[in-house]
Design a binder for this molecule. Structure first.
Ligand SMILES: NC(=O)c1ccc[n+]([C@@H]2O[C@H](COP(=O)([O-])OP(=O)(O)OC[C@H]3O[C@@H](n4cnc5c(N)ncnc54)[C@H](OP(=O)(O)O)[C@@H]3O)[C@@H](O)[C@H]2O)c1
Length: 296
């Protein structure tokens, strides 16, 4: 039986009047290789964004450090002036060094500068949602590390009070850091690494669901290391879906506070990803997919 709720149904961000469809779009793949410089085919990127919005996507994730500046410029070219119901979520906390390295830019003045870069390059007077992206460990800096976020998050909360940002979120964060930030100004979304094979945040997903806070997994398809699992392939074949669609459908089934931002530079993949919301997974299928993290 297909799921008739378009794009996975909706989710209301807490302490806001914003409701978004659960399947959104992540714009990181619109920059050049390694998220550096311009894409090979800018027109194709513009087409992906326009197709996403035409299909009902109302939630786009970006950052001015993609490119840098490139992805936001493409979003502006494709979609400005933005529809009233489009929520653009950006993130601050890093800059790009020579050759594409990712450098921390977490001092309050650097965060303020990054907010102004996003405003300018997106062509906005106020940003819908800004995530404070914490620097972490591991090969992609995506493993959260301990440390107070108060000074950094307060710098963004000040910009929120000044009217430059509507809502705040946090990325690559531990539960204690989310609580600390939430006491300063409501955290409406948390963006951490999570997918079928990487489930360190299982308890966090559930605790945020109980608080009504959105959990937005990055690398939902494995990111730079695409998900690979024979169980996933077998289940997908039985469902008549692709492995990537099945992985996205699993996330939608995992918890009602999970919002998807799969990244793609391809209209074909975009269509597949949006159609994943129509897959209904039985309890038996979910159990098999739940076993993949242990295999990984
Ligand atoms: N907060 C953070 O620190 C952080 C970190 C990373 C990413 N993000 C955000 O999260 C979003 C998602 O992450 P991501 O883009 O890095 O990784 P992802 O969504 O897990 O995977 C993207 C990769 O999968 C491919 N892909 C997409 N759809 C596919 C499909 N249907 N079939 C086969 N391959 C497919 C893409 O290639 P094609 O272009 O060829 O489709 C790309 O190589 C990003 O766009 C970004 O907005 C946030």
């Amino acid at each position: 039986m297909p799921n008739t709720e378009k794009l996975g149904g909706t989710f209301a961000l807490p302490a806001t009047t914003v409701t978004v469809k659960r399947v959104g779009y992540g714009a990181m793949q619109l920059a050049g290789p390694h998220v550096w410089g311009p894409p090979k085919d800018r027109d194709a990127c513009v087409a992906v964004l326009r197709e996403a919005v035409a299909a009902g996507v109302d939630h786009i994730d970006t950052s001015d450090f993609y490119g840098p500046h490139v992805t936001n410029g493409i979003i502006r070219e494709a979609l400005h002036p933005y529809a009233d119901d489009l929520t653009i979520v950006t993130k601050v906390g890093a800059v790009r060094g020579d050759g594409g390295s990712w450098l921390p830019a977490q001092k309050p003045a650097e965060l303020v500068a990054a907010v102004h870069d996003n405003l300018r390059n997106l062509g906005l007077d106020v940003l819908d949602v800004v995530n404070l992206r914490l620097m972490g460990g591991g090969p992609t800096g995506s493993i959260p590390v301990e440390g107070s976020v108060a000074e950094r998050y307060s710098a963004l909360a000040e910009l929120q009070q000044k009217g430059l940002i509507k809502h705040l979120g946090i990325s690559n964060a531990l539960a204690s850091q989310i609580d600390e930030a939430n006491a300063i100004s409501p955290v409406v979304c948390v963006q951490n690494l999570y997918n079928l094979a990487h489930r360190t945040d299982d308890a966090l997903v559930d605790s945020l669901a109980a608080k009504g806070i959105a959990y937005v997994p990055f690398f939902p398809l494995g990111g730079f290391t695409p998900l690979q699992s024979s169980t996933l392939n077998d289940v997908a074949a039985e469902l008549g879906a692709t492995p990537m669609q099945t992985a996205l459908a699993w996330l939608l089934h995992r918890s009602p506070n999970i919002l998807l931002i799969p990244g793609t530079s391809s209209v074909t993949h975009l269509r597949e990803n949006l159609a994943a919301a129509e897959l209904v997974l039985s309890a038996e299928v979910l159990k098999r997919l739940d076993g993949i993290a242990a295999e990984a």
